[in-house]
Design a protein around this ligand. Structure first.
Ligand code: FES
Length: 278
């Protein structure tokens, strides 16, 4: 909005474009913050980068992802014929033998797509990697801002569909957790340290999935009268409580899924035996 009080563009907005336009406050300094505002985006970028490096290594390794009764969440469900044999496990050979590379790549598209398009992660990596903006009240370096209205960022809108896929993946990981109550000889009624790792992981996966903004909208959106829909109102309240912790759950579940995979890797590669609790 032009107010007629802005200084000439060439004097106070030397770079032009971005936040240096006639419609924004004329501040020469890049920002006026005196705290360590860069710490949060730097830590976020480091954390996400570490996960990307680790998950890429594990997804392409195509090895050490099954140690009875545990299957890595990166490889579940395993949908190609080249999957490791798992008794009663989630190795359903839907794709046949033509698939020649790691079967993790087939399934990781869905949880990764879910996280990549998540509202919280979008904010995290826009700030951490693209400095768009780097932090609150810190000008972004880009001259143009089109938000998520153009390709490819307009594709972020498919998040709601990834949410549905993530629900199915969570169901399969729940099945894997139930199977973790067997021992290495497939006898039921046992628990190992890995069972506890899987229980913690699936609890966090469900909490993160159900705290999704799309879930909140599906559960309680488009209602004119909550009083006429008490069950949906109650569910909306519960999801809303989880939703308030969405960022924490995003990180906790990211770490837990990597730890669950790493645990299976250690057992499957013979670094140590799964301690049996009973
Ligand atoms: S908004 Fe984060 S998972 Fe849906």
């Amino acid at each position: 909005m032009a107010t007629g009080t802005e200084p000439p563009a060439t004097e106070d907005h030397p770079r032009g474009g971005g936040v240096h336009t006639r419609t924004r406050a004329a501040i020469r300094a890049p920002h006026l913050r005196t705290d360590r505002w860069w710490l949060a985006p730097a830590a976020t970028a480091a954390g996400l980068l570490a996960f990307v490096v680790y998950s890429t290594w594990r997804a392409f390794a195509n090895a050490d992802y099954y140690a009875a009764p545990y299957v890595s969440p990166f490889y579940s469900p395993c949908l190609a014929e080249n999957c490791a044999p798992m008794r009663s496990g989630p190795n359903w050979e839907l794709l046949g033998s033509w698939w020649g590379v790691s079967p993790a790549i087939i399934i990781l598209i869905f949880p990764l797509g879910f996280r990549l398009t998540c509202y919280y992660y979008r904010k995290a990596y826009y700030r951490g990697f693209w400095a768009s903006p780097p932090a609150c009240a810190v000008a972004e370096p880009h001259k143009k801002y089109t938000g998520e209205t153009r390709f490819p960022l307009v594709l972020q809108n498919i998040h709601r569909y990834f949410f549905c896929a993530a629900l199915l993946v969570a169901v399969v990981l729940t099945y894997d957790t139930v199977l973790a109550f067997r021992d290495e000889h497939y006898a039921w009624g046992h628990m190992g340290l890995g069972t506890l790792v899987f229980l913690a992981n699936i609890a966090l996966i469900w909490a993160y999935t159900l705290s999704c903004h799309s879930c909140r909208h599906i559960v309680g959106g488009k209602l004119k009268h909550f009083s006429r829909h008490p069950v949906r109102y109650r569910a909306w309240q519960l999801v809303g409580r989880l939703n308030a912790r969405h960022m924490q759950l995003a990180w906790a579940s990211l770490v837990s899924v990597a730890l669950a995979d790493f645990y299976v890797y250690l057992v499957a590669s013979g670094v140590f035996d799964d301690p049996r609790l009973f």
